[in-house]
Design a protein around this ligand. Structure first.
Ligand code: IMP
Ligand code: MG
Length: 202
């Protein structure tokens, strides 16, 4: 069994030279998610939110956050693509899977894993605002320092982190590392071809 708090990548047996320093520990993630849940519970009393998770990265955050909110929340999911398998943004956002629910009259809270350039979020916000929700706010677990050209206007944010590429707790490189229970830097080349080579793809 894995001890609940504090193990490093090495101790967890990740044994992967591409997993670098721990940026946010499992213990800090748990504590902060509980705090965000308590804050959201207080702010949304009497008007339970519809949590809109942005797949796939936000799935662990959303599931932990939802269980920290003491209100009858609803859940829905959306998948957008802005990265492909590489670690650099293309600036192009595409809806890969749309919501099942109608947002009209609902209190919508977008649950995002990480804000890097902010392009994905500003696209999502515009797209969902056009669907006539009663309110629309954003909770982002991680915000990279100083990279955003757009005004983020986040109602809730978990952690400010340095602008390095990170993996774990939902965040991936070519679908790997999502299940690490902490956030760590990714050590590797940033080009798609280099990444494919790194991960052993042809
Ligand atoms: P943005 O549009 O540049 O803000 O990028 C947002 C999306 O890119 C996130 O929802 C993630 O899916 C992905 N992303 C950005 N930075 C990272 C990172 O450091 N690790 C993994 N995914 C990232
Ligand atoms: Mg994402």
């Amino acid at each position: 069994m894995i001890e609940p708090d504090g193990p490093t990548a090495g101790e967890l047996g990740v044994g992967d030279p591409h997993v670098g320093d721990v940026v946010v520990s499992e213990q800090d993630l748990k504590r902060r998610v509980r705090e965000l849940g308590a804050q959201i519970t207080a702010d949304y009393a009497g008007r339970p939110p519809l949590l809109v998770g942005v797949l796939k990265g936000a799935c662990f955050f959303l599931s932990d956050l939802a269980r920290s909110i003491r209100l009858p929340v609803e859940l829905d999911f959306m998948a957008v693509s802005s990265y492909g398998s590489a670690t650099r943004t293309s600036g192009v956002v595409r809806i890969v899977k749309d919501l099942d629910l109608d947002l009209t009259g609902r209190h919508v809270l977008i649950v995002e894993d990480i804000v890097d350039s902010g392009l994905t979020l500003s696209y999502l916000r515009r797209n969902l605002a056009a669907r006539h929700p009663s309110s629309l706010e954003v909770v982002a677990l991680l915000v990279k320092d100083g990279l955003q050209s757009v005004d983020l206007d986040l109602a809730y944010e978990g952690f400010r982190i340095p602008p390095d590429f990170v993996v774990g707790y939902g965040l991936d490189v070519a679908e790997r590392y999502r299940n690490l229970p902490f956030i760590a830097t990714y050590r590797g080349e940033t080009g798609r071809n280099d990444l494919r080579a790194t991960l052993g793809h042809p």
